[in-house]
Design a protein around this ligand. Structure first.
Ligand SMILES: [Zn+2]
Length: 94
């Protein structure tokens, strides 16, 4: 059930990335959700979505997808060097 809630919030964030900060975390209800796409090094028009809560540090991620409009995209190098994505606990599928 928990995973389904995360999926639903992810779908909402994917549809409108700019409003992700207004969504409530499925776990702790904080409005601290983040959605970042890590750009694929070969297929630059695609990236790995990382979706997490900055308050309780839980979240989910997926394989390569196309970016939605207004997506926040970072390079793999930026992911490594700037570490914008904290270590979070991955919610497994139910
Ligand atoms: Zn949370």
């Amino acid at each position: 059930m928990t995973y389904q809630k995360w999926l639903a919030e992810y779908d909402r964030a994917y549809a409108d990335p700019l409003s992700v900060g207004e969504q409530e975390c499925p776990h702790c209800a904080a409005r601290r959700l983040n959605l970042v796409f890590v750009q694929d090094t070969r297929y630059l028009e695609k990236g790995r979505p990382i979706f997490w809560c900055g308050n309780c540090l839980k979240g989910i991620f997926f394989g390569r997808v196309e970016y939605p409009e207004n997506a926040k995209v970072i390079t793999e190098e930026a992911e490594r060097t700037e570490r914008p994505i904290p270590n979070f606990r991955v919610i497994p599928p139910d």
